[in-house]
Design a protein around this ligand. Structure first.
Ligand SMILES: [Zn+2]
Length: 254
């Protein structure tokens, strides 16, 4: 006979089983999108030392990860392609020049490629990629996306300005690189519902938010892609592994 205590235990076991199922499914089918910024020694909190970056790439290689572009992820989602085992997307925000001088050679060494989100008003300024470097990166298998025109928090600007940041950056970058810009990363991970409408109308296929977690094939909103933020680690490679694990564990709740 069930008494109250047995009932609670059964409920708890069911919850644990459900979580294990959800985590298992996320691990099997989910795609983590890592978010980097600068790759430079002695930088700020959101930069990473090239040596630490290389250690992370080496770990991902050892673990059997394969880097894919967001384009690849969406093609697979829409039934026009398949993803390799353990797919992962390596993204870089802001378009710093060290993405070309430091990150690209390291990624090529380990057989990886990345996605760089460009602030369309910045190329050519000190520390930022030039348009020539951006085109060269594209020729060397880097996917180019938008990080808006001027890096404002989109949830804090008027509608017209928000639309301009989303639409104009796409147009300017496309003119410079000669290919469609399909994805955007929100500055500061900040967005609101208006952004979804403007992105869809402008022809973006997806957008990266600051929400942690893996991305599943049946996630409903392509303009709220989850990312795993990778700031400068204080505890070496262990911290990197824990960030990926934490993102996996939190996926069912984000
Ligand atoms: Zn940014």
């Amino acid at each position: 006979m069930f008494n109250k205590r047995t009932g609670w235990i059964v409920l708890l076991l069911c919850c644990i089983a459900l979580l294990i199922f959800l985590w298992g499914r996320t691990k099997m089918q989910g795609v983590p999108i890592l978010a980097y910024h600068e790759v430079v020694a002695d930088g700020e909190m959101y930069s990473i030392d090239p040596k630490q970056f290389e250690a992370q790439l080496n770990y991902l290689k050892q673990e059997g990860y394969h880097s894919v572009s967001l384009h690849d992820v969406f093609e697979a989602r829409e039934g026009r392609g398949t993803l390799p085992d353990k797919p992962i997307v390596l993204t870089f925000d802001d378009g710093y020049e060290d993405n070309y001088t430091q990150a690209l050679p390291l990624m090529e060494k380990y057989g990886f490629s990345g996605t760089v989100f460009i602030i369309s008003s910045k190329p050519g300024e000190e520390e930022y990629l030039s348009w020539d470097e951006i085109r060269t990166m594209q020729d060397r298998h880097t996917e180019i996306g938008s990080h808006t025109v001027s890096h404002l928090a989109l949830d804090e600007v008027p509608r017209a300005e928000k639309q301009q940041e989303i639409v104009d950056s796409k147009r300017v970058i496309e003119e410079k690189i000669g290919r469609p810009v399909e994805f955007l990363a929100y500055p500061f991970g900040a967005y609101d519902k208006d952004c979804f409408e403007f992105l869809r109308n402008a022809g973006y296929r997806g957008a990266c938010a600051g929400v942690p977690g893996y991305n599943l094939p049946d996630d409903k909103n392509p303009y709220r892609l989850k990312r795993v933020n990778i700031p400068r680690p204080h505890f070496g490679l262990m911290e990197f592994k824990l960030r990926i694990l934490k993102s996996l564990l939190f996926s069912p709740f984000t």
